[in-house]
Design a protein around this ligand. Structure first.
Ligand code: HEM
Ligand code: CU
Length: 571
């Protein structure tokens, strides 16, 4: 045993008595009725990955159709249904729950140093609500599809013959799932922090989840009510959106974006939180401007409520309202830019190691940069009149939602994978997959900026031949992106079957989840772990005996016996 290891004093050593959460009980019931946040996180992970696969296949079908200006194999009607379902599945079933409900559920209590979330039953209920919501979506497909776009704009959604009611019910139910998760996280962070875990010792991922939860709890009810009003309009003809009955279709857009603009921050804030963890760990440097990053999450969450009107610059809005919304939109970019600056400053003169999660983090910073900056062109009144409803908007939001959220999700998944499943993956292949995803992504979406600025409208199945080159480029990129994601999946599945056992702390991270074994024991920590400031790397050294990092501390002699066991002899 190395000298370092024999002087190791870490809380997790005491977790040895317990089986890890994957092995502590068996049988399908032990999963289906589990109250363990880690198992719920894993079930969420599987569920959202299935949704992502479904949405991804639809995307490839859409891109394939667009390879030629005229019909290849999809009718116009089928095309409309395909992009509607693609957008709705990706947004409501995948992106919104992706980082908070899957990674967040698993990691939040462990990173906080507690045994579980505040309301474990509500946590399980949230997962089953997701399942029911998803079933309603599938029903909508079976009942004749949906062709309103993921935005459900009236008057189209009140008049089309497709399954708007089933889909709206699905959105309503999914909304509750999201609210339950948010409420749980808020209460957990507010009331359960163990001794020593002050607000400003919380890992930044938890700050971002906290900010996200505020939005989930405050904004989602509006979406739920909007869905119910839409159903009431269709079934009872209450006349809230129909001008013939004294209603107003633009009101729907206000309701919808009052939720859906904050919702884009439900997607991006947790992604930013993941990136803060990755950048610090893989630069082996304390995060630069911790408080600024923490406060900027809250600032984004609050400012995000004030800008929804930028989606409606050309929908019939007063000039004054449009100007105010435009100005407010620009304020949101300030806290976003603060974060980017702080990540770069953290890396500056850091000991950067380009492990897979860090590759994703760097990709995120670059792609989110493009996505965020192009948002400013759209937020500026004069340019948006030209760019609205073109491929420029499509490119913008894919840069933030895919280049941002999906990439950060993959970075977080690779980062916490050893912790979640106790296995390492093949670094080289994982990095190659990341590279292919990065190249494929840019090849798919960069041409769409050009297409849009030249006037190619979004949501069209057919197009003018002048656009054919860029569309074909984009379609080829999408196929490459698909291959990269398949490779990524292959690497992770291979890791489950053949991967080497993961040490407790493979990356040299400083936050609490790396102090319990990989995978964590059923109750995470037998007693509240010793909490110190996060992002301190002085005491964390590589130990070749464990092929991982261990914490070294000078501890009093008499405690030696208790704590000098090898860090992960049990795993
Ligand atoms: C950081 C600063 C950002 C700014 C200034 C910004 C600005 C805008 C504006 C003005 C539009 C409306 C364009 C139009 O329809 O004409 C828009 C659309 C959109 N943005 Fe952003 N955005 C930003 C970040 C994000 C983020 C982080 C996400 C998601 C993670 C996002 C997702 C979307 C989506 C989904 C749409 C289009 C919705 C639709 O019409 O289907 N944006 N953005
Ligand atoms: Cu917006």
């Amino acid at each position: 045993m190395s000298d370092n290891a024999s002087r190791t004093a870490t809380a997790h050593v005491h977790g040895h008595s317990e089986e890890d959460y994957l092995r502590c009980s068996h049988g399908w019931k032990s999963w289906a009725f589990t109250l363990d946040h880690k198992r719920i996180g894993v079930m969420y992970l599987i569920a959202i990955l299935i949704s992502f696969l479904l949405g991804g296949v639809m995307a490839l079908v859409l891109r394939a159709e667009l390879f030629t200006p005229d019909k290849l194999f999809l009718s116009e009607d089928m095309y409309n249904q395909m992009f509607t379902l693609h957008g709705a599945v990706m947004t409501f079933l995948f992106l919104i729950p992706s980082i908070p409900a899957a990674l967040g559920n698993f990691m939040l209590p462990v990173m906080l140093g507690v045994k579980d979330v505040a309301f474990p039953r509500m946590n399980l209920a949230s997962f089953y609500l997701w399942v029911f919501g998803a079933i309603f979506f599938l029903m909508a497909i079976l009942l004749g599809g949906l062709d309103t776009g993921w935005t459900f704009y009236t008057p189209y959604s009140t008049t089309t013959n497709t399954a708007v009611i089933a889909a709206s019910m699905g959105v309503f139910i999914l909304g509750f799932s999201s609210i339950f998760t948010g409420l749980n996280f808020l209460v957990t962070i507010n009331t359960m922090r163990p001794a020593g875990m002050t607000w400003f010792r919380m890992p930044l991922f938890l700050w971002s989840l906290y900010a996200t939860s505020i939005i989930q709890v405050l904004a989602t009810p509006v979406l739920g009510i909007t869905g119910l009003l839409l159903i009431a309009e269709r079934t009872l003809g209450i006349g809230i959106f129909d001008p013939a009955r004294g209603g107003d279709p633009v009101l729907f857009q206000h309701f919808f974006w009052f939720y859906s603009h904050p919702a884009v921050y439900i997607m991006i804030l947790p992604a930013m939180g993941v990136v803060s963890e990755l950048v610090s760990t893989f630069s082996r440097k304390p995060i630069f401007g911790y408080r600024f990053i923490a406060y900027s999450s809250i600032a984004i969450a609050l400012l995000g409520f004030l800008v929804w009107g930028h989606h409606m610059f050309v929908s019939g809005q007063s000039a004054l309202a449009a100007t105010v919304f435009s100005a407010l939109t620009f304020t949101v970019s300030i806290p976003s830019a603060i974060k980017v600056f702080n990540w770069l400053a953290t890396m500056y003169k850091g000991a950067i190691s380009l492990e897979t999660p860090m590759c994703y983090a760097l990709a995120f910073i670059f792609l989110f940069g493009i996505g965020g900056l192009t948002g400013l062109y759209l937020g500026a009144l004069a340019t948006d009149v030209h760019l609205h409803d073109t491929y420029f908007v499509v490119a913008h939001f894919h840069y933030v939602m895919v280049g941002g959220t999906l990439i950060a999700f993959l970075g977080g998944l690779h980062y916490w994978w050893p912790k979640m499943f106790g296995r390492m993956y093949n670094e080289m292949w994982a990095r190659i997959a990341c590279l292919i995803v990065f190249v494929g992504f840019n090849a798919t979406f960069f041409p769409q900026f050009v297409l849009g600025s030249r006037g190619m409208p979004r949501r069209y199945a057919r197009y003018d031949t002048e656009f054919v080159y860029f569309h074909q480029f984009s379609t080829s990129g999408a196929m490459l992106l698909g291959c990269g994601l398949m490779l990524c999946a292959g690497v992770l599945i291979h890791s489950l079957l053949r991967g080497r056992k993961a040490p407790a702390n493979p990356w040299g991270s400083s936050t609490l989840e790396w102090k319990c074994s990989s995978p964590p024991p059923h109750h995470n920590f037998d007693w509240p772990p010793v909490v110190s400031a996060p992002y301190q790397y002085d005491h964390i050294v590589y130990d070749p005996n464990h092929q991982g990092y261990v914490e070294v501390e000078d501890i009093p002699e008499e405690e030696d016996e208790l704590t000098n066991a090898p860090v992960e002899s049990h795993s």
